[in-house]
Write a protein that binds this ligand. Structure first.
Ligand code: SF4
Length: 299
């Protein structure tokens, strides 16, 4: 059984209204909703049986990462909710991303006929990962990557505090159901898996069918349109690809990681400094890499 509940706000208000009554044993945090059906009867619905969707007039924030999936997520959100909700599309600018990402952003703006907004962390107005690494004296490891935390997650929080969106949508594809569920559980309950039935490959096709040119990062065979030299990557294959495609970035990461004392790459079972990596070393294929600089996670 799946029940569509139109308004999360109304639903939670119903729950609040019933506190103190005979229904007070029901708690939102134990996984139930109280809802009225069409004939005004009260029903107890388990959360797993409820699909809550945006109500008319709600504000929906779609986070555009300059990737193909988030472009299609923005398009589908506008198609599905644009006529009755206030859909806002926001990007976190990162100085070290390839400049062609911003060209893609402008192309998608033109395609959708919507001006995108920008969200930044006011503590790091330069939006530079290098500045964050210097400031935090950390680049990446078991505690995550501070660049994602500072420039994406905290920037989103700042935007949310100012703009109070009712809903948050990200470009999680069909293959990324676990990531979507993780985001829903740990970050924002009010979210829609807009690409629930759309694969990453289909997103690429739709972007190309629309006559858009993909960001150069994909053309250069990177696994995503994030920064070249992403510090979340540990694979020798990835880093040697950066060495060839973006030698200046490779050199900068070598120097900064050595200076801060961070072993970015894993080779033969142990972490080593980037400048110790043999140029012919190989690891996992880039196609199988699944690191993503999401705004949903600082890990
Ligand atoms: S892509 Fe990588 S390096 Fe760039 S902000 Fe995200 S986690 Fe940091």
């Amino acid at each position: 059984m799946k029940i569509e509940i139109k308004s999360a706000k109304d639903c939670l208000m119903w729950y609040a209204d019933m506190i103190g009554s005979e229904w007070s044993v029901l708690r939102h945090d134990v996984g139930y909703f109280l809802v009225k059906d069409n004939e005004n009867r009260l029903n107890i619905i388990h959360k797993s049986d409820a699909i809550i969707v945006p109500d008319d007039g709600d504000t929906i924030a779609v986070w555009f990462s300059c990737g193909a999936a988030s472009a299609i997520a923005a398009k589908m959100t506008l198609e599905k909710y644009g006529h009755r909700c206030n859909v806002r599309i926001i990007n976190n600018f990162i100085k070290e991303e390839d400049p062609d990402n911003q060209r893609f952003l402008r192309d998608v703006e033109g395609w959708l006929g919507v001006k995108f907004e920008s969200a930044i962390n006011s503590k790091y107005k330069s939006c530079s990962i290098v500045e964050v690494f210097d400031d935090r004296r950390y680049m990446s490891g078991i505690a995550g990557a501070p660049c994602t935390l500072e420039l994406k997650k905290k920037a989103r929080y700042e935007w949310e505090i100012k703009n109070r969106p009712d809903w948050t949508i990200l470009g999680f594809t069909k293959e990324e159901k676990d990531r979507f569920n993780n985001f829903k559980t740990n970050e924002r309950q009010a979210t829609v898996h807009i690409l629930e039935n759309t694969t990453k490959g289909e997103c690429f096709e739709m972007v190309l069918d629309a006559g858009l040119k993909l960001p150069d990062m994909y053309i250069w065979l990177y696994p995503n349109a994030n920064c070249p030299g992403c510090v979340k990557a540990t694979s020798p294959t990835y880093w040697n690809h950066v060495r060839v495609m973006h030698p200046k970035v490779f050199q900068e990461r070598c120097e900064q990681s050595r200076e801060i004392g961070v072993r970015l790459v894993r080779y033969k079972g142990k972490r080593i400094f980037l400048d110790e990596l043999p140029p012919d070393a190989k690891g996992r294929s880039m196609k199988n890499m699944n690191f993503e600089c999401g705004i949903f996670c600082s890990k």
